[in-house]
Design a protein around this ligand. Structure first.
Ligand SMILES: O=P(O)(O)OC[C@H]1O[C@H](OP(=O)(O)OP(=O)(O)O)[C@H](O)[C@@H]1O
Ligand SMILES: Nc1nc2[nH]cnc2c(=O)[nH]1
Length: 182
């Protein structure tokens, strides 16, 4: 179903971040490069996956959600709203607490209003810490979260809302693709 994505995953390197097996891949790291054919395959798959009707923003997290959200935006004409790792101190800025398997930090939402219909996309979900933080922050704003989609699901994370993904992987000393959307 996603031959370029699948092949690039099973051949990608793994590095250790403490005890965490971190896979290094074009879509999640931009390394070694982002092939346009891979990005197109993903964008077409995500558009099939997601409910994008009457959506005001495709919301994504800096940094590696940006290429995916941009590709979707070009194909749908829906603007992108980027959750940034930098604080701007603008009126209404909303803090997101981000905890991953290897890091902890803050992110910041600007420009989303109560009632805005949004779809959230990201490159990968692993512990779910990032997305659960984003969901809580968007709920506190009063945004209407219509759908949530990932290119890659790593392991078996739990989210406070339903979500979908293109491929599911297990990572040990290599990547194994265990499932994909049909
Ligand atoms: O499910 P989780 O365990 O929270 O991991 C998922 C998050 O990890 C990556 O972001 P990262 O913070 O590494 O930033 P980057 O996009 O700048 O590489 C990825 O883009 C997700 O946002
Ligand atoms: N590139 C990359 N990003 C991640 N985000 C959460 N886990 C991972 C991982 O294993 N690799």
């Amino acid at each position: 179903m996603f031959p370029i994505l699948t092949n690039s995953l099973i051949t990608c390197p793994i590095v250790k971040k403490g005890e965490y097996n971190y896979f290094v891949h074009p879509i999640t790291d931009g390394i070694p490069d982002i092939d346009p054919g891979l990005l197109r395959e993903i964008a077409v798959g995500m558009i099939r996956l997601l409910d994008l009707a009457d959506v005001k923003y495709i919301v994504t997290a800096e940094a590696m959600g940006i290429p995916i959200a941009t590709a979707l935006s070009l194909m749908t004409d829906i603007p992108v709203n980027i959750i940034r790792k930098r604080r701007y101190n603008l009126p209404g800025e909303c803090d997101v607490c981000q905890v991953t398997g290897y890091s902890k930090g803050e992110m910041y939402i600007n420009g989303i209003c109560p009632g805005d219909r949004v779809v959230i996309v990201d490159d990968v979900i692993s512990t779910g810490g990032t997305m659960n933080g984003i969901i809580a922050a968007l709920e506190s704003i009063g945004a209407d979260i219509v759908d949530i989609g990932f290119v890659i699901k790593k392991g078996n994370p739990t989210l406070s809302r339903p979500y979908s993904y293109l491929v599911s992987i297990e990572v040990t000393d290599s990547v194994r693709v265990v499932d994909q959307t049909s």
